[in-house]
Design a protein around this ligand. Structure first.
Ligand SMILES: Cc1ncc(COP(=O)(O)O)c(C=O)c1O
Length: 401
């Protein structure tokens, strides 16, 4: 069968609009398309391929597990899931883990748990969930409604209720809306899709204090910021503010679908037998791969490497900007970086993405005004240099167009 981009339009639901090329192979930070063109990948499958493409140790563990046991369902437990849960709880504040298949599912579990916890402890009046404008938490109807972009949640009929949004980094707005009715506050400790926005230290600390004051749970959505991305295993560690529930996905499987919700024993106790579940959650293949990802990422070598590579990116991007004057700032943390376009280039992030693709560089946008990079955490100096050289040519092409 001849597989072409046209086939996509013929057989796929049109909710995506992928690029014209079809990649067929990847290794480290490089990807090749059907024509054999080589790309540098600064997108990482949207902050997923944390160890690049086809990392040999991940390939090995997947092959080994693939010859042992693929799937059981949660009628039975398995060795990889228990090893992974043990390692995640050893490495974080959490004492208990629930596994899902994606970020949205991990967040769905977190939100349901928060509602059940409040109901059991305080009664049905305590149902308010507060989240932040421009936040993104997934595409199930509950998570997309908690997300702060009406464009994504409108047009599907009646929404789940008791969900309010306030501006990110606006502590007084949060304070004004919180009360004993507040069940949980859900936030990204570094907004990704919303434009690579870091929280101020006083804001995160303030959110934690307000949650404590009103007996509300603090949920950190670390689906994008987690698993080494910011140079810490999870971003909360760098902020020194501990949530009650944390969700992880994307990079956790290094490209194999998996999601996880982490919490304490006392909170977890409210998801009793039968209250929630998933056929695939905790699948042995996914958990075997994620265990290996965690073993490799949660080392000083990789985490410190992220901080060094961040500097290389920042220096390279500054040099480009000194020449072409297109960004107001480079923001974000670790290897989740956003170039915020200045006044002159407002709304044109996509143009930079398209120009980059022409230069055989894969990058991302975060809204209409930010070009985003979320590459492998282990990409080499040569990858960074060559990728930035391609990005410079792309910037020049947009500026000189
Ligand atoms: C912070 C955050 N939460 C949740 C999600 C949803 O994850 P998934 O697409 O795996 O459902 C995303 C995806 O971009 C995300 O960035």
């Amino acid at each position: 069968m001849q597989v072409t981009r046209e086939l996509f339009n013929e057989v796929m639901v049109p909710n995506y609009n992928p690029a014209d090329i079809i990649p067929v192979r990847g290794l480290g930070a490089r990807v090749w398309d059907q024509e054999g063109n080589e790309y540098i990948d600064f997108a990482g499958g949207i902050a997923v391929n944390v160890l690049g493409h086809c990392h040999p140790e991940l390939v090995n563990v997947l092959k080994e597990q693939g010859e042992k046991l693929w799937h059981l369902s949660n009628v039975l437990t398995n060795e990889p899931v228990l090893r992974l849960a043990k390692k995640l709880t050893d490495a974080t504040f959490a004492e208990k883990v629930y596994f899902a298949n994606s970020g949205a599912e991990a967040n769905e579990a977190a939100l349901k748990l928060a509602r059940r916890f409040a109901l059991d402890n305080y009664g049905p009046e305590k149902d308010q969930i507060i989240s932040f404008k421009q936040g993104f938490h997934g595409r199930t109807f509950f998570t997309v409604t908690v997300g702060g972009q009406a464009a994504y949640s409108d047009g599907f009929g009646p929404k789940p209720g008791a969900i309010d949004h306030v501006d990110y980094n606006d502590l007084s707005a949060l304070e004004a809306i919180m009360s004993e009715r507040t069940c949980a506050v859900m936030m990204e400790p570094l907004q990704g899709e919303g434009g690579i926005i870091s929280p101020t230290q006083s804001f995160v600390e303030g959110v934690r204090d307000l949650c404590d004051k009103h007996n509300a749970l603090l949920i950190f959505d670390e689906v994008q910021s987690g698993v080494g991305r910011t140079g810490e295993l999870y971003a909360y560690m760098g902020l020194g503010v501990t949530p009650d529930i944390l969700t992880s996905a994307k990079a956790l499987g290094g490209g194999f679908p998996i999601g996880a919700m982490l919490t304490t024993t006392a909170i977890a106790a409210h998801l009793k037998v039968g209250t929630h579940g998933s056929t695939y959650g905790g699948n042995p293949l996914a958990c075997a791969v994620a265990e290996k990802v965690l073993d490799i990422v949660n080392t000083p070598e990789v985490l410190n490497g992220v901080k060094q590579k961040e500097q290389q990116f920042r220096e390279g991007l500054k040099a480009i900007n000194d020449k072409y004057h297109v960004f107001d700032e480079v923001r974000g943390k670790g290897l989740l970086l956003g170039c915020a376009l200045n006044e002159k280039y407002q709304g044109r992030a996509r143009d930079f993405l398209v120009a980059s693709a022409k230069e055989k560089l894969m990058c991302l946008v975060a809204g209409a005004n930010v070009v985003r990079f979320a590459p492998s955490l282990t990409l080499t100096d040569a990858d960074i240099q060559e990728g930035l050289a391609r990005f410079e040519r792309a910037v020049a092409a947009v500026v000189n167009a």
